[in-house]
Design a protein around this ligand. Structure first.
Ligand code: ADP
Ligand code: MG
Length: 383
């Protein structure tokens, strides 16, 4: 990947880059629809990465090219603004703009040429967007000598995505991409933004995590997401709290009395899911990864029945993995399609893969893409 980025840079710009940086995609182990409720999430970085080769320029132009896009895009540093960039270049150039918003003195830096290559599948729910943002953020920070810490670079990536790309996402993806370490996950408090690296121990215990990408994309995903956010806000308002994060399981009895049935079930998902993230961290510390299965399973049931964001393909993926010996399984991501994850002993990977493919074929569902992911190191300089 480093070589590809360097070679692509040479082909586009006709000289050697001065360095290569990379950042990974991510999978969320547990903690779904908790981020915008100020709660907890627990993602980890995967092996698939996005690399950025960088070369110095004498003027104040930034140019970006990507193996994913036909043409390079360029802009003068003085012209960087949220509305001045569009398409895929909004991610890397948005990061350059956002660094300025966080106090970088962009008036006194020289321009750069950037070339991007990636092994993170795009639009598959593995956050290729955070991977490109984080790789570019780290590259520009180090090249320009800005000295931002990684939690700040995560906020830079989020600002680029919110303001320049225009996607109302949280801080989870960038935090996973920038803060993860090998065979560990990032336990993130979305209210304080405190992040703690927690060893997962999958490798030591001979466990694999399989992603089952159902390739289902539901047209109502955006509307469904907005409706769930609105329910959570309504629930918090009716219960007199700033966010659902402030509630615990002891509040659910009162919630059941105050709220209508649907809002109550939305609230119950968020409250119990926050608890499951805390329980997952504690279980990993006290018993190891082989004991977190019931928490993954319960998370899925909660999303299926209380939050109602699953689809038949996700339910089938989870049920099939469970029936063939997975330690635990759940849908991951925003719902209405996307991927499921299943934790299992290494030897079961071919078995579960085969059985999931067979079950989908039998039901007449589109063939899913099934592949293992390994918790990996976050953003770094590679060359
Ligand atoms: P996801 O983050 O789930 O992969 P998003 O829609 O959030 O999906 O982000 C995908 C978008 O990010 C792409 O459509 C493209 O604009 C941009 N992007 C991601 N990776 C690259 C890349 N390697 N080169 C250029 N653009 C990229
Ligand atoms: Mg994304």
């Amino acid at each position: 990947m480093t070589d590809e980025a360097m070679q692509g840079f040479r082909e586009w710009y006709g000289r050697q880059p001065t360095g290569v940086w990379s950042a990974p995609g991510r999978v969320n182990l547990i903690g779904e629809h908790t981020d915008y409720n100020d709660g907890y999430v627990f993602p980890f970085a995967i092996e698939q990465r996005t690399a950025v080769a960088l070369g110095d320029r004498d003027d104040r132009v930034i140019r970006v090219s990507s193996s994913f896009a036909a043409d390079p895009v360029q802009i003068h540093l003085d012209e960087l603004a949220p509305d001045a960039v569009e398409g895929w270049s909004a991610y890397p150039l948005g990061v350059a703009w956002a660094l300025g918003e966080f106090g970088a003195d962009l008036e006194h830096v020289r321009g750069v040429d950037l070339h991007v290559t990636s092994t993170v599948p795009i639009g598959a729910g593995l956050s290729s967007s955070a991977a490109i943002e984080s790789a570019v953020a780290l590259a520009l920070d180090e090249h320009w000598g800005l000295g931002f810490d990684r939690p700040t670079l995560a906020k830079v990536g989020r600002l680029a995505e919110n303001r320049v790309v225009g996607a109302p996402t949280g801080i989870m993806d960038q935090s996973a991409s920038l803060l993860s370490e090998a065979d560990a996950g990032v336990f993130l408090d979305c209210r304080s933004l405190d992040a703690e690296v927690i060893p997962l121990g999958f490798t030591a215990d001979g466990l694999s995590l399989l992603v089952i990408d159902t390739r289902v994309e539901h047209a109502h995903a955006t509307g469904g997401y907005a409706a769930r956010r609105a329910s959570c806000e309504a629930g918090a308002h009716a219960l007199g709290v700033e966010s659902l994060r402030e509630l615990g399981s002891h509040d659910l009895e009162r919630a059941a009395e105050v709220l209508d049935d649907e809002t109550f079930r939305r609230v119950r998902h968020v409250v119990t899911e926050n608890q499951r993230v805390l329980d997952t961290v504690r279980t990993l510390r006290e018993q190891g990864p082989g004991a977190i299965g019931p928490l993954l399973d319960a998370s899925h049931v909660s999303m299926r029945d209380d939050f109602e964001i699953s689809v038949p393909e996700l339910d089938l993926a989870v049920a099939t993995a469970q029936a063939h010996g997975a330690i635990g399984a759940r849908m991951t991501g925003g719902g209405f399609g996307g991927s499921a994850i299943a934790l299992m002993v290494d030897a079961l990977v071919p078995v579960v893969t085969r059985e999931v493919l067979a079950a989908f074929a039998e039901r007449g569902f589109r063939e899913p893409i099934v592949f293992p992911v390994r918790p990996s190191q976050g953003a770094r300089r590679d060359a």
